[in-house]
Design a protein around this ligand. Structure first.
Ligand code: GLN
Length: 409
């Protein structure tokens, strides 16, 4: 890996062209905030396009989905990051990961009517909350990029002409370029990515940065558009929602598991870090991190049934286990229908259930309701309260107990 010297540092931003091309760093942050890093993890570099998903997240949180969608779509463009491309008819940028969409998203952070300075402050504060520490702008990188940002200025002018952004286009480019010049280390980026992996809550500081619905949207866009015209190969080979930046950073956020960041300045023709892409490939193959890799089926959600007690006291107990989402709950309903319970008194035991998702909850309550309507006395054994306030509604009745001893007197 260290021996791979292919690719070039970004040369259109002079300050980046002069970066030490042989730097290499990687950091992984778990969903509960434990950070592991290796190599040049204390070297700070500019965040560049890795800021885009985070600023998109802030825009969604601040303005709502409809207002943002009206200005920036979510279709992979298959174009290079700096392509001058807009959707026919609407004039919207195709997605917030290419520069056109990112400049538009920049103007949507903060409340409507915010001044350019207020907008940029909101973005620096927001990205700092993702990183769990105060981030600062590298003014040398900023000056170096803004001096020659003719292409981004062209994009901003087009956005203004298309009525996608309001105000002075140059303000949008200035703010966007500042956002791209924020200094980060791989440790910062891994924590920022872990915040996305952790439903928008910073796992180290515990701060809720953006709502979970926003994270779902951002990760979906990262998965389909994060690696530009390399996005399809990225998703099939690596399979982690990701974003790259021209200073050489790459982040990946694997929902519910980890945030990962790499840094190595030499770039491939898409503007993605050569060694970063290679490292991510290895994470997938050696650590099984591909999003679409489904673990082998675990034991059935329905652990078994048994009769506890005798005579009038007898209770037929159905024990469930694991995490119950749609497919697990479907299994419960199906088994109860295919092989109906026979005792008068029945209990569903959740003692070994870890979590129940919202859909699993609705379906389990429906199972309890049907059992009541079929004439059973229905108990729910729920010592850990994994199904709080179980009200099956509509004729359903259930008595919650901590164990079957509470039913069999
Ligand atoms: N600031 C850079 C630009 O706008 C960001 C590009 C990138 O990192 N891909 O060109």
């Amino acid at each position: 890996m260290e021996a791979d010297h292919s690719g070039e540092t970004a040369d259109y931003i002079p300050e980046l062209a002069s970066a030490d091309p042989d730097r290499l760093a990687v950091a992984i942050c778990t969903e509960d905030g434990r950070l592991y890093s290796q190599g040049d993890s204390d070297v700070a570099f500019s965040i560049q396009s890795i800021s885009k998903p985070f600023v998109y997240a802030l825009a969604l949180a601040d303005r709502g989905f409809d207002a943002v969608m009206e200005k920036v779509s979510v279709e992979p463009s298959g174009d290079a990051f700096n392509e001058i491309s807009f959707e026919a008819g609407t004039g919207r940028p195709l997605n917030p990961m290419i520069n056109a969409g990112a400049i538009a998203a920049h103007t949507l952070a903060g409340p409507s009517g915010a001044t350019p300075q207020e907008r940029t402050s909101r973005i620096i504060d927001g990205l700092s909350a993702f990183a769990g520490r105060r981030l600062t702008v590298d003014s040398a990188v900023y000056e170096s990029e803004i001096a020659t940002a003719y292409r981004n200025r062209a994009l901003a002018n087009m956005l203004r002409a298309n009525e996608i952004i309001e105000g002075e286009p140059l303000d949008a480019v200035t703010g966007y370029t500042r956002q791209c010049s924020l200094l980060v280390t791989v440790d910062d980026l891994a924590l920022m990515a872990a915040t996305l992996a952790n439903r928008g809550v910073n796992p180290l500081t515990g701060a809720p940065v953006v709502p979970a619905e926003v994270v779902r949207q951002v990760l979906s866009v990262m998965a389909t558009c994060g690696m530009y015209d390399g996005a399809g190969h990225w998703m099939t080979n690596v399979g982690i929602p990701a974003k790259s930046g021209v200073a050489g950073g790459v982040i990946g956020a694997l929902p519910g598991q980890v945030g990962i960041a790499t840094f190595s300045p030499r770039l491939d023709r898409h503007g993605n870090s050569v060694r970063g892409v290679d490292l991510f490939r290895r994470f997938t193959s050696e650590m099984g991190l591909h999003l679409m890799e489904v673990p082998p089926p675990g034991p059935s959600v329905v652990r078994g049934r048994r009769i506890v007690g005798t005579g009038d006291d007898a209770v037929q107990v159905v024990s469930l286990q694991g995490r119950i989402r749609f497919a697990g709950a479907e299994r419960v309903l199906r088994e109860l229908e295919d092989d109906p319970l026979t005792a008068k008194r029945v209990a569903i035991s959740l003692a070994r259930v870890a979590t129940i998702g919202p859909v699993g909850r609705r379906m389990l309550l429906e199972a309890l309701r049907r059992l009541t309507l079929d004439g059973h006395d229905v108990y729910l054994i729920d010592p850990d309260g994994v199904l709080p306030d179980p009200d099956p509604g509509d004729g359903g009745r259930v008595t919650v107990v901590a164990g079957h001893d509470d039913i069999v007197r």
